[in-house]
Design a protein. Structure first.
Length: 140
């Protein structure tokens, strides 16, 4: 079996492939930080929105029962009746979400900053922090 090679057709050289890979690497180095910066801000915005949504459910619980759930009852009181008279839930359609970093929200009632404190510790899961690690709260 004879294989015919056309001298006019040839593949890419190693140098050409390396040049293309370097260009792609430079583009990735410029674009990736900008993309990941937006992921962090999206997580913060998602968590703030969820805190507002849970806050509305807590307010509806209070309208029905005359009080906010206690710390011991927690946010689960929004989904199942903790024995509160007038409870007319569930107050959230899809259950109690975790924050954008897949960690449960912190809830205290009575709170240090109002009737209740609802917050996320941010990306690091620890109190305090800067940027994406900053606590996201219902009172700010």
């Amino acid at each position: 079996m004879n294989r015919r090679v056309d001298r006019g057709e040839r593949g890419f050289t190693l140098i050409e492939l390396l040049v293309v890979m370097v260009i792609l690497g430079l583009l990735a180095a410029v674009v990736a930080p900008n993309v990941f910066k937006h992921v962090g801000t999206a997580n913060v915005k998602t968590t703030k929105t969820q805190i507002e949504m849970i806050g509305q459910a807590l307010d509806a619980f209070r309208l029905d029962t005359g009080r906010y759930p206690t710390t011991a009852e927690g946010l689960n009181a929004l989904m199942s009746n903790p024995g509160a008279e007038g409870w007319n839930g569930p107050y959230l359609k899809k259950g109690i979400p975790n924050d954008a970093w897949k960690k449960p929200y912190q809830y205290q009632s009575p709170g240090s900053h109002g009737d209740y404190d609802l917050f996320s510790y941010g990306a690091d899961g620890a109190p305090g922090g800067e940027g994406e690690n900053k606590d996201i709260t219902s009172w700010e």
